[in-house]
Design a protein around this ligand. Structure first.
Ligand SMILES: [Zn+2]
Ligand SMILES: [Zn+2]
Length: 320
């Protein structure tokens, strides 16, 4: 596994990171928010300065009198958010909480469509549909704020044919280019997949870029029959969706021994949400007595014979 590969599957236990260097937020570092758009945080002035050329095109100043913003504030107030910024932060936290599941979900779908060429011919983006589960005064556990409804593939041509899409696409061009540059040293790098997170009845969304790699093998299913490979991918998809539905954040944390992602929950301490695994050894959990509701629900979604959840979690990690 290359270092880039490890970086993208391994994350820190803390939710928020510096937008430039990726340093996780902790008690020692007071993060500063971009004062113009309030939508990204940095660990230092240096990082803020360094990020500016790439951040600038997508940095939209907060204008409280903007009619569009006023409408957005009204939309999200029904779900208990004071402002659209508070909603956007909850959405970013949710995407980050389930980043392993969303990245694996995208990867499995790309394999089922025949491989990484699919995202380029013609250029596509994945639109993930979510529903907001927040209520005024309710819990804001970052892994449980939304429900996952599914996805649809959209071509970039179709997306940019509408003015809003064209505007957003242009604004994120510098970000896509920087991400591309950052990953292009890896010979297996096959491009960035833009993933658009849209929320039912709410007009604010978020975009993430997921790097895609060509598999080590000539074909991803080498050594496996196509039927077996497809059914493994179906299981991966079911596992990802189910973990998101149960608010069970699968993660590979820094320093974790298990190569397979572990299920965990977010705990709040000192104003920070921090991920904690529910256990550290899949084999020991499988040996019994089990009994953690969300985890047992995950175990039931696997349909492929002779494959266990930890094996499946390893397959998706090493397959590309
Ligand atoms: Zn930084
Ligand atoms: Zn900004």
């Amino acid at each position: 596994m290359t270092s880039t590969q490890k970086d993208y599957m391994t994350v820190s236990a803390v939710l928020r990171r510096c937008h430039q260097c990726g340093k996780p937020q902790d008690q020692a570092i007071k993060m500063m928010r971009c004062s113009r758009c309030a939508s990204v945080v940095y660990c230092s002035r240096e990082c803020q300065k360094g990020a500016w050329p790439v951040h600038k095109p997508s940095c939209r100043p907060v204008d409280e009198a903007n009619p569009e913003r006023i409408l957005k504030n009204v939309e999200v107030s029904l779900y208990g958010f004071r402002t659209v910024d508070e909603f956007s932060q909850a959405l970013r936290d949710f995407i980050e909480a389930h980043t392993w599941a969303f990245q694996s979900y995208a990867k499995a779908h790309i394999f089922m469509e025949g491989g990484t060429d699919y995202i380029h011919t013609p250029p596509k983006l994945m639109e993930v549909q979510l529903r907001c589960l927040c209520t005024p005064g309710g819990s804001r556990d970052p892994a449980r704020t939304f429900s996952f409804l599914g996805h649809q593939w959209r071509t970039v041509a179709e997306y940019t044919s509408k003015p809003v899409g064209a505007r957003n696409w242009a604004r994120s061009a510098a970000m896509r280019e920087a991400a591309h540059q950052y990953n292009s040293g890896d010979p297996r790098f096959a491009g960035m997949l833009p993933v658009l997170f849209a929320v039912e009845d709410i007009s604010s969304w978020q975009t993430s870029l997921y790097p895609q790699y060509r598999p080590y093998y000539a074909s991803p299913q080498e050594g496996l029959s196509e039927v077996t490979f497809k059914s493994l991918m179906v299981d991966v998809l079911a596992l990802c969706s189910s973990s998101i539905e149960h608010g069970l954040a699968l993660r590979c944390a820094d320093g974790q021994e298990s190569i397979a992602a572990l299920p965990g929950r977010f705990v709040r301490s000192n104003k920070l949400w921090k991920w904690e695994p529910l256990f550290t050894d899949w084999d020991r959990y499988l040996a019994g007595p089990r009994g953690i509701e969300g985890v047992d629900a995950l175990l039931r979604v696997i349909r492929t014979l002779h494959v266990t959840v930890p094996q499946l979690l390893q397959i998706i990690r090493v397959i590309s």
